[in-house]
Ligand binder design. Structure first.
Ligand code: FES
Ligand code: FES
Length: 217
């Protein structure tokens, strides 16, 4: 076996560390470092180019406007801020009617309307909603001036802890706006993404059907 192949198979077994092996290994490390350094430089250059092209996208807070409940609202937050976080923590006044429960699209507590369609606010970036119309539970009605569905929830005692309630109302409201005579099946389908840990489903459906003009009472 040649000296070089023995080195390649077991360099440590040799009593003398082969100078050739050492130089080859050192060269590999140097080449690897140079390669890694090159990648780091490329990444840094790409980042610099991105910053030059769109400085507001990567660095810190940005300012933008959203249309929420028919009003233009100025927001200042990081680009990674979800709509849910923006509503609750970056609006003035804070819009805390939209609830944060799972924060990952599983429970429906954060349901709002975007351009009239129900959507989970925890799954959208606020900055992506520029130019869209966002409606929250505060946009439906207010204490003393509830909309018919909110009032029906109240009359039918369709909430316990209430964390899920705004999400149910928003999902069912969107359904009733499209289908004023929604059936029980259609209402159930509309809020199939909403979960109530307190088990208020029967009262929720009663409240919704009381508003649906053609639904069973
Ligand atoms: S908080 Fe958004 S789906 Fe649960
Ligand atoms: S009323 Fe408590 S989670 Fe629905």
């Amino acid at each position: 076996m040649s000296d070089s192949s023995a080195d390649a198979q077991d360099p440590q077994s040799s009593s003398k560390l082969s100078r050739r092996w050492f130089l080859r290994g050192a060269g590999g490390v140097a080449a690897g470092s140079a390669f890694a350094g090159g990648l780091a430089q490329q990444a840094e250059a790409a980042r610099a180019r991105s910053l030059a092209a769109a400085p507001e996208v990567l660095e810190g807070d940005i300012e933008f406007e959203l249309s929420i409940n028919g009003q233009r609202m100025k927001l200042r937050c990081e680009p990674r801020t979800t709509l849910l976080n923006a509503l609750r923590n970056h609006c003035e006044p804070p819009l805390t009617g939209t609830k944060q429960v799972c924060d990952r699209g599983n429970c429906g507590a954060c349901t709002v309307h975007v351009d009239g369609r129900p959507a989970n606010a925890c799954l959208m970036l606020a900055v992506d909603l520029r130019g869209r119309e966002v409606r929250t539970i505060e946009g439906l009605g207010a204490p003393g001036a509830l909309n018919p569905l909110q009032e029906s929830f109240w009359k039918h005692d369709a909430q316990m802890c209430g964390f899920c309630t705004p999400g149910f109302v928003m999902s069912i409201q969107a359904c009733l706006e499209k289908q004023p005579n929604a059936s029980l099946e259609q209402i159930k389908r509309a809020c199939s993404g909403n979960i109530c840990r307190c088990g208020t489903y029967p009262a929720v459906f009663e409240a919704a059907l009381a508003v649906a003009k053609g639904g069973a009472r």
